[in-house]
Design a protein around this ligand. Structure first.
Ligand SMILES: [Ca+2]
Ligand SMILES: [Ca+2]
Ligand SMILES: [Ca+2]
Ligand SMILES: [Ca+2]
Length: 273
């Protein structure tokens, strides 16, 4: 009997933990900032069905949305995040860069930087404070704070994607984290492939891929801007959100007493039998 009650308590405690810390994929709360770069061929006004001007406009190159649920960040695209897309050289996924002070993008390029064809190694992070260094082979990632002078990143291949088209478009840099900064954490990527439109919140294109990470390393209630692109910069994905607030002690107490109350109820039920 005692063992039974303990297992109920443990199970409920585990569920509560999941509810707060899970980095499950979610498709409800769309936090995408449309970069406004305006490929209008498909007649939509958002990031879905849109790639950068002059680039290939097809589903396999389309980055579609960032979604956020609690501290879980999910990105969705027609682009195959795990394998990349071949046909040219194979262009692969970049890393997820995060800004936390509202200053990022082309205006924060290294001094004297001039966009040019090729994936160039540059000093600096284009104003991003953090990166999730994604490893799609192992579905893991490392988190770095980009706070040292030796930070190096790699730019997108096509220079036209490095130039902002308007104030909303921060351009496609950086593509990839290379080195430097301070490692502050790690995690595993939640991944799903071959998702239908209805499964990803009604984005269009037929087949979608999703990758999810956990932003709990940021401060509670921290505003952030997220950035992701692929090697060519064919499309540029941006999102703006706020991390989960600090749980209020009163709420935690309620949760706690709820768990123990339920456990006690189960114990009483058990006794009656
Ligand atoms: Ca699409
Ligand atoms: Ca797009
Ligand atoms: Ca910044
Ligand atoms: Ca775009």
């Amino acid at each position: 009997m005692k063992i039974y009650a303990t297992s109920v308590t443990l199970c409920l405690a585990a569920c509560l933990f999941c509810a707060v810390h899970a980095s499950a994929l979610s498709y409800a709360n769309n936090i995408t900032i449309y970069d406004g770069s305006g490929y209008t061929g498909l007649g939509t006004g958002g990031e879905d069905r849109e790639t950068e001007p002059g680039m290939v406009n097809s589903q396999v190159w389309d980055l579609e949305a960032f979604y956020q649920q609690h501290n879980s960040l999910t990105m969705v695209g027609g682009f195959n995040f795990k394998n990349g897309v071949s046909g040219y050289p194979t262009f692969t996924s970049g890393d997820i860069f995060l800004d936390t002070n509202g200053s990022y993008g082309a205006s924060q390029a290294p001094a004297g930087y001039i966009p040019k064809t090729g994936n160039s190694i540059v000093s600096g992070s284009f104003g991003y404070e953090y990166v999730l260094d994604l490893n799609f082979t192992n579905l893991t990632y490392l988190v770095y704070r980009l706070d040292t002078a030796d930070v190096k990143t790699i730019t997108a291949y096509y220079p036209q994607n490095e130039i902002p088209d308007n104030v909303l478009d921060p351009a496609a840099n950086p593509w990839l984290y290379l080195s430097g900064g301070t490692m502050i954490g790690s995690g595993s990527i939640d991944y799903a492939a071959g998702l239908a439109d209805a499964a990803v919140g009604g984005l269009v294109g037929g087949i979608h891929y999703a990758a999810g990470v956990d932003l709990s390393f940021l401060d509670p209630a921290q505003q952030f801007v997220a950035h992701f692109t692929m090697g060519c910069g064919n499309d540029n994905l941006m999102g703006r959100g706020t991390t989960a607030p600090v749980p209020e002690p009163a709420t935690m107490m309620l949760f706690g007493s709820g768990i123990f109350g339920l456990a006690a109820m189960q114990r009483r039920k058990f006794r009656k039998k």
